[in-house]
Design a protein around this ligand. Structure first.
Ligand code: C5P
Length: 411
């Protein structure tokens, strides 16, 4: 079962009589843990007020494209980027037609063009309009494009007809929306993710660490679990709640992380090293708190093992993915890391600038492997993690297919 906890749902409401159910739908989505922003078409406001949907969602409703005030707050592009998923409920026959045409003449249609988030529509209309070949063709073409079609249900209609075209009930729509995040791209695969910083003790109260928050690693572990994987998360010290449906193993130092990884590596098909592992640790840990007696002191450090490289070097290594946080020459540094560590894929991001990276809620990534590069544009880490898991799953399955073919040829 998918989950809506912490998911950002953009709900589009178009102009049909079933729009009165949208208020209940917002409530159900929020009860399931989602943050909801509502976009209404002009026609929708004939059936339900903006004020009602503002009250139940807790946010002002978005109505107009290129409204200077709204654009100054959250522009249509930011809104499209904000959404983890878009649900249009109810979706009228007219809206389905406009979606098929790729129109950009109102806010909702433009958002649907400007997003890469998963999308679903819940059609609601008179049964004859639903059965019309024009509507059926539109629905087919949306389905073909990957848009999920929720319903419609059958039964008595507001116009007195009986047949297909009723909006599904809000509780069912909320459940189906949660299912949008259940992609199945990693069904049956066991994934290990390392996350957060490590802490290299100097004495009982001091240590060497870094600014990694663990957010990216935790988001990737969550996205892998949503993809159907069994996930083991080896986490350095962070202040995040362990994700649902993920086996989380807390560790402190790089050596602890190395041991925890190798104790379980035989079970792993796919390894994603997101942790910011300290390169060095103090040669020895003082048993008592060090006193400030001298004017200066030297701390002797020794190299930590490279966990990612050690996993990639195993005779039956899993598919290995590493991260590279760089301040410049992103692609060159990533290519160097790909070869130096003999891994399958490097996810590189710029750090030290104004956006993304350590601690931030957003990030952008350059994915580098032996076939080329792919850019994942700036997005919330949760959304970026989902796109990354999609990319990794394609590469992972492609490599397994090639290896299976080679094995078959050798036989
Ligand atoms: O070499 P560098 O630290 O830049 O490489 C970063 C990548 O290597 C990350 O995926 C990180 O998790 C991994 N790494 C590791 N063990 C280390 C250092 C880095 O697994 N000691």
């Amino acid at each position: 079962m998918g989950s809506l906890v912490n998911k950002r749902i953009l709900l589009g409401v178009t102009g049909g009589i079933a729009a009165y159910k949208s208020a209940d739908l917002v409530r159900r989505l929020r009860e399931a843990g989602a943050e909801v922003r509502v976009v209404m078409t002009d026609a929708a406001t004939e059936f339900i007020t903006e004020l009602t949907l503002q009250a139940v969602s807790g946010y002002p409703v978005h109505r107009h494209l290129l409204d200077p005030e709204a654009e100054a707050g959250m522009s249509h592009i930011e809104l499209a980027r904000w959404a983890d998923a878009i649900l249009v409920a109810p979706a009228t026959a007219d809206f389905l037609a406009r979606l098929v045409q790729g129109r950009g003449d109102d806010l909702l249609a433009t958002l649907c063009l400007a997003t890469s988030a998963p999308m679903a529509v819940a059609p609601a209309m008179n049964q004859q309009m639903w059965r019309h070949p024009a509507t059926q063709q539109n629905v087919d073409s949306l389905r073909h494009r990957g848009v999920q079609i929720f319903g419609p249900g059958e039964g008595s209609q507001a116009c007195g007809d009986v047949g297909p075209g009723r909006l599904l009930e809000p509780a069912e729509l909320a459940q189906l929306t949660a299912g949008l995040f259940q992609t199945g791209v990693l069904d049956g695969v066991t994934v290990m993710v390392t996350a957060g910083p490590t802490w290299e003790a100097i004495d009982p109260v001091r240590g060497l660490t870094n600014k990694s928050s663990g957010k990216m690693g935790y988001a990737i572990a969550t996205a892998a679990a949503e993809g159907g994987a069994r996930v083991i998360l080896i986490s350095g010290p962070v202040s995040l709640t362990p994700p649902d449906r993920v086996e989380t193993v807390p560790v402190v130092s790089a050596q602890d992380m190395f041991d925890a990884v190798h104790a379980r590596i035989d079970q792993i098909d796919l390894y994603i090293g997101v942790a910011a592992v300290a390169d060095y640790r103090p040669v020895s840990v003082a048993p008592h708190k060090l006193k400030k007696t001298a004017d200066s002191m030297n701390l002797e450090l020794v190299r930590n093992p490279d966990i990612l490289a050690s996993v990639a070097a195993l005779p039956s290594a899993p598919f290995t993915v590493g991260f590279a946080a760089e301040t410049n020459d992103l692609e060159m540094a990533a290519r160097h890391k790909l070869e130096a560590k003999r891994i399958d894929l490097v996810c590189a991001n710029l750090v030290g600038g104004d956006e993304g990276g350590f601690g931030a809620d957003e990030n952008r990534l350059l994915l580098v492997d032996r076939e080329g590069t792919t850019e994942l544009p700036l997005a919330a880490k949760s959304r970026l993690a989902r796109d990354l898991i999609h990319h990794i799953s394609r590469k992972f399955h492609a490599k397994n297919r090639t290896q299976d073919t080679r094995r078959a040829h050798r036989r």
